[in-house]
Design a binder for this molecule. Structure first.
Ligand code: ZN
Length: 157
């Protein structure tokens, strides 16, 4: 219910371009914004700790990215996996990129990676069966838990 009500208050426009001047923003679930990339918790997660990682610049195509932006995105994926492993101890990850609405990208005009932690006994099959998703930790708690490490990350890159 929080998600449904929260959605009504959602910012207008692109979630990755929201609050561009801040290095984090709890309302926007932005864990980290560096010169080249932005990392968000997905407001509609497939699993606890489901992250979205995007270039800071509003770009929809891989070909639009500079080499520096591409490298930065991959670095952020690498560090994000390490931070999620530390806090959530998943057994594996799904990491991917949906390009274009036809491929399932809900926010097709701003390219973004999904990082979805997976556990051996997780219940993500529920998503296939119905719209019910079993998320054991509230997204605000997950945000607070992950924020310090993601803010430290900005200092190291
Ligand atoms: Zn954008």
């Amino acid at each position: 219910m929080d998600y449904i009500l929260g959605n009504e208050k959602l910012q207008q426009g692109c979630i990755f371009c929201f609050s561009r001047e801040k290095s984090f923003d709890k309302q926007g679930l932005i864990l980290s914004r560096s010169a080249d990339t932005v990392i968000l918790l997905n407001r509609f997660p497939y699993a606890n700790g489901h992250l979205l990682i995007a270039p800071n610049r509003h770009a929809g195509e891989l070909a639009d990215l500079t080499a520096a932006e591409s490298a930065s995105l991959m670095e952020q994926v690498r560090h994000s996996v390490a931070i999620l492993k530390k806090h959530l101890q998943p057994d594996g990850f799904n990491i991917g990129l949906n390009i274009g609405a036809v491929a399932g990208a809900g926010l097709a005009d701003h390219l973004h990676f999904h990082i979805v932690p997976r556990w051996n006994d997780d219940h993500n099959f529920m998503t296939v069966i119905s719209e019910i998703r079993t998320i054991p930790q509230h997204i605000d708690q997950t945000f607070d838990m992950l924020l310090p490490d993601f803010q430290d990350l900005i200092k190291t890159i």
